[in-house]
Each structure stands twice: as C-alpha cells, then as structure tokens.
Design a protein around this ligand. Sequence first.
Ligand code: ZN
Length: 167
Amino acid sequence: MSILQILHYPDPRLRNVAAPVSTVDDDIRRLVDDMFDTMYDAPGIGLAATQVNVHRRLLVADVSDSRSEPVCLINPVIATSSGADQMEEGCLSLPGVFEAVERANYIEVQAQDQYGQPIELEADGLLAVCIQHEIDHLDGKLFVDYLSQLKRTRIRKKLEKIQKQSS
Ligand code: ZN
C-alpha cells in the first residue's frame, strides 16, 4: 500500500492533458491500487491519475457511505449525458474549497476495467458528478474553471497563502 502525493492547485501539472492507457498491465493495476489507497486515506470520493502526477487516462471513485463500492475507469469516455443539476463540489487538489457547479445528472460511460475488459457504466446523482469531475482532470480542467474569474482569483490567493504557511 502506498499513499501518493496529491498535486495542489495552482500547480501547472494539473493542466496536463492525460494520454490514453495503451496496455492495462501490472504497473497500471499497482497504480490503481495506490490511487484507491490515496483516495480512501485523504479521504475523498474520487481521484484522477493527473492529481498524482501520472498523466494517463484513468480514475478511481467511491461515492458510497460505507466506502465499499470502488469504481475504476480506464480510458473513460462519456457516451451519453442528459439533465442538469447543481451540486456543491470539492476537490483533493483544492483543499477546503467547495463551490456549486452545474453538470449533467445522468451519464453513460464506456471504459476499461483494471483487467483491460471493456465496461459500460450508467451513473446518476453524485457518482455522475464525480465521474465528470474526474474526467475533467484528465483533460487538464478543474472545477474552479466553471466559476467566475473573480472567484477563481480569490481561491488561488487563499490556497497560495495556505501553501506558503505550510512550507
Ligand atoms: Zn478534483
């Protein structure tokens, strides 16, 4: 078990666009295990590889209260989305920041699992929001990008101050 270091906004590496995973091998499975450990330890409900400075298209999530419904998506693609809901979001890369973002409330995702097998997942509510948030990470996008410039500047200054104090 390894806890990986999570990049914090405004680290420019969070803006990298992740490359597809070409082969789901033991290295990828080890990374998936470490990402689950890191997400549960944080604790968070989702983690994209980008956040642990690995620029490959994979993410993990678990939105259950019992922390017993792990979801691993490799090369995820949103095939269908519908509806719209506003939900307050947070992010392990922006500790202490919570803001409302509007996203689709139903999605169908095509991906591979940790054995390289194709899977299709239907998600609504919190899981749908979480998966959209994590796929954004793989495209170098953060939830604060949906906010106004003013709000974003305020958040960046606040986080830079915290990082200076803790370093
Ligand atoms: Zn995030």
